[in-house]
Design a protein around this ligand. Structure first.
Ligand code: ADP
Length: 226
């Protein structure tokens, strides 16, 4: 599903490397937790996957798409395969929960009738049935993050990238979000999660990839934070 072969990223010619010769293979339907200190290169790795950044060298293949052959006009298609959620939710404040999720479908040209059918189903998956008419400000942080997840999965991406999704949440709400990620993974979506939360990593017991100074220094199945 995801293959990185000796991927290096240098932001500027004279600066150091953000990521150095990383090799990583993630199978379809895996749940992978990426950990590492601040500045280790985790965000850079995710930005390379979403094509926000291009590697300086190395090969990236995601869902059969070789990024070297990717043309600019293929990028919207790629982004449909990859859903992303961020620490700060990035919801539209003056739109309802329903509208926030529907927006992701409107921009790909889905008709109103289908949108009305699809959005409630996704809100149900993330445990927000009945909250469609609420505005983000009326929700808890955990609920807001679950709206962001609903928006990220509504187009049924093959991969969901969650970059510190629990960073702004208290433990209870953090777990609500993690449980939703587990559920989505169980339904067949590959999940890539970055987190600093040791307790979450330890309880999840999933594959843990540790990055330090731009390199993979640990990669273990059913592991804990180290
Ligand atoms: P993490 O997500 O693990 O905190 P990052 O991927 O954000 O790490 O950063 C890795 C390294 O790349 C750091 O040294 C950081 O300063 C550098 N870096 C990140 N983004 C940029 C950028 N846009 N321009 C220049 N350097 C960057």
């Amino acid at each position: 599903m995801i293959l990185l072969d000796r991927v290096t990223k240098k932001y500027k010619k004279k600066s150091g490397v953000a990521i150095e010769r990383i090799n990583l293979h993630v199978e379809s339907k895996e749940f992978v937790v990426i950990v590492g200190p601040s500045g280790a290169g985790k965000s850079t790795l995710l930005k390379l996957l979403t094509r926000e950044e291009k590697p300086t060298s190395g090969k990236i293949v995601v869902g059969g798409i070789d990024y070297e052959r990717l043309r600019d006009k293929d990028i919207p298609y790629l982004r449909r395969k990859i859903g992303v959620v961020f620490q700060d939710f990035k919801l539209l404040p003056n739109r309802t929960v329903f509208e926030n999720v529907a927006f992701a479908l409107e921009i790909v040209g889905m008709g109103n009738k289908e949108i009305k059918h699809t959005v409630p189903k996704v809100l149900d998956i993330v445990g927000l049935k009945g909250k469609g008419q609420s505005y983000p400000i009326e929700l808890s942080g955990g609920e807001r993050q679950r709206v962001a997840i609903a928006r990220a999965i509504v187009r049924q991406p093959k991969i969901l990238i969650a970059d510190e999704p629990t960073g702004n949440l208290d433990p209870k709400h953090a777990w609500d979000v993690i449980r939703v990620l587990e559920k989505i993974n169980k339904y067949g979506t590959t999940v890539i999660l970055t987190t600093h939360n040791k307790e979450i990593v330890d309880k999840l017991k999933r594959r843990v990839v540790t990055i330090k100074d731009g390199k993979v220094v640990g990669d273990k199945a059913r592991s804990v934070y180290s």
